[in-house]
Design a protein around this ligand. Structure first.
Ligand code: FES
Ligand code: FES
Length: 208
């Protein structure tokens, strides 16, 4: 089974904003919760999640490669599940928990265990695919698809790497899964519930 990446895209477009026959813009505020923080950017209703993240929220860690659901570079988590942000309307993510690569670290500059595993396995060259690979890998481990190299390869096959770092990517996912199993520390960032001082800062920023 390959990564169950959502391809929810309905009339998504990067055209300028929609106006009605009377010339009134249909742009509206979309309630997005990204990495535990609330945002309400005013968006064209056809805006994709990847454009909202990158262009409206400045979260450029999520990459836009093909913009047509083929490369996986734009993979983010929505309620813990991997989705292709170029194939998902921003409005479809309203009131759901969106996690991007910027949200997986500990908030103090430390790498997420999966990021560290990628680093240590040398599982990247140019790095363009890496944020999508890491988000997909987190879901792979969290959802129990990392029990063998074959299963990892299958799950991760939806995210392409033009530098062909595939063997090292599988090494990294395997290592992170093994470490998670041995320490009992889940890799999930689904709840986006920060802890400690970093958490307190994030909670204050989020107004919670
Ligand atoms: S940019 Fe979304 S799948 Fe390629
Ligand atoms: S590291 Fe270059 S595309 Fe994957």
């Amino acid at each position: 089974m390959t990564s169950e990446v959502s391809t929810d895209r309905r009339e998504a477009s990067t055209d300028p904003g929609v106006t009605t026959d009377s010339g009134v813009s249909t742009d509206r505020a979309v309630r997005l919760t990204v990495n535990g923080k609330p945002h309400d950017p005013v968006l064209d209703p056809r805006s994709t999640l990847v454009d909202a993240l990158r262009d409206s929220l400045g979260l450029t860690g999520t990459k836009k490669g093909c913009d047509r659901g083929e490369c996986g570079a734009c993979t983010v988590l929505v309620d813990g599940n991997p989705v292709l942000a170029c194939m998902t309307l921003a409005a479809a993510a309203e009131d759901r928990q969106v996690t991007t690569i910027e949200g997986v670290s500990d908030g103090q500059g430390g790498m997420h265990p999966v990021q560290r595993a990628f680093w240590e396995a040398d599982a990247l060259q140019c790095g363009f695919c890496t944020s999508g690979q890491v988000m997909s890998a987190i879901a792979c481990i969290d959802q129990g698809h990392a029990s063998s190299r074959g299963r990892i390869r299958e799950w991760m096959s939806g995210t392409l790497c033009r530098c062909a770092a595939y063997p090292q990517i599988v090494d990294a996912v395997e290592t992170a899964a093994r470490e998670s199993a041995s320490t009992g520390e889940p890799v999930t960032v689904r709840e986006s519930v920060p802890t400690g001082e970093a958490g307190a800062v994030r909670e204050r920023e989020a107004g919670r």
